[in-house]
Design a protein around this ligand. Structure first.
Ligand SMILES: [Zn+2]
Ligand SMILES: [Zn+2]
Length: 272
């Protein structure tokens, strides 16, 4: 079993066409490929406007039919917490992600660059990372209540530049308490993704969420799905081997896949 439900194509900020990505997915032995273009957000220059969203929907639906005997294609969207999609109807699935924090009506991205994160931290939080993390996880928890959201995207994206733990220790009890409250509030109906996107781009050596958070998710009975959040077809399965090892190590024995409109568990041993 190989799948990826978090991928970006030329319709938003990805490098390849959906058809090129499908070709590579088939070559790599994927049975499921989901597209998750950035849903429109006025603050996000990578997101798809209304006209582009319509073209994206049409293109993926056409490819779904064209390749139906070779691979299952799903049409999804990555919705930022700042801007909900007008309707879930066209989509097979929705990933909910928090990329921005808001203060006094101003929105700033936490994942744009290390310098921007530091600027937000200094200008909005007087350098107090736990305070920033509190606002971030509250926003993740808020989005986790949106009924259209199926999958919680890159749960701890705010640690994109924290590989060296210079912002926070991944095992800080105060930090993990914020994460735990967030997970408790979202519950276990949604799927949490393990996302290897930052590995492909060289920011992190391990996937989101960090191991310490995977342990919390395991204790809560959280359901996981493995995605690469790739912006490039060569990264469709980037970091999957290490991620599978980590997920098993944390005690999970299955991963969830989308099948006939439901999220169903598949033994982790079936994945490679
Ligand atoms: Zn994202
Ligand atoms: Zn993404």
């Amino acid at each position: 079993m190989r799948l990826n439900m978090h991928t970006h194509s030329v319709y938003c900020d990805g490098k390849d066409t959906p058809e090129e990505m499908i070709g590579t997915a088939i070559q790599k032995g994927f049975s499921i490929l989901g597209f998750s273009g950035h849903g429109y957000s006025p603050y996000d220059t990578c997101s798809m406007n209304e006209a582009n969203t319509a073209r994206y929907i049409e293109a993926i639906n056409t490819l779904k039919e064209r390749y139906r005997n070779e691979i299952t294609i799903y049409l999804g969207i990555e919705q930022d917490s700042t801007c909900r999609i007008p309707s879930k109807d066209p989509y097979d699935f929705v990933i909910g992600s928090v990329h921005f924090l808001e203060k006094d009506g101003k929105y700033r991205p936490i994942d744009f660059s290390r310098d921007e994160l530091i600027a937000i931290l200094e200008e909005w939080y007087e350098g107090d990372f736990l305070h920033l993390a509190q606002d971030y996880y509250q926003e993740v928890a808020r989005q986790g209540q949106f009924e259209e959201v199926d999958i919680i995207g890159h749960l701890d994206l705010l640690t994109k530049y924290n590989e060296d733990e210079s912002f926070v220790s991944f095992s800080s009890p105060a930090y993990l308490k914020l994460v735990e409250a967030c997970i408790a509030s979202i519950g276990t109906d949604k799927i949490y993704e393990v996302n290897t996107g930052a590995i492909a781009r060289g920011y992190r050596r391990t996937p989101y969420p960090h191991r310490t958070i995977l342990d919390i998710l395991h204790a809560f009975g959280g359901k996981l799905m493995l995605n690469s959040d790739c912006h490039n077809r060569k990264d469709l399965d980037c970091g999957f081997e290490e991620a599978l090892r980590l997920i098993k190590d944390c005690g999970f024995d299955c991963l969830y896949i989308l099948k006939d409109g439901d999220y169903v568990p598949v033994s982790i041993d079936a994945f490679h």
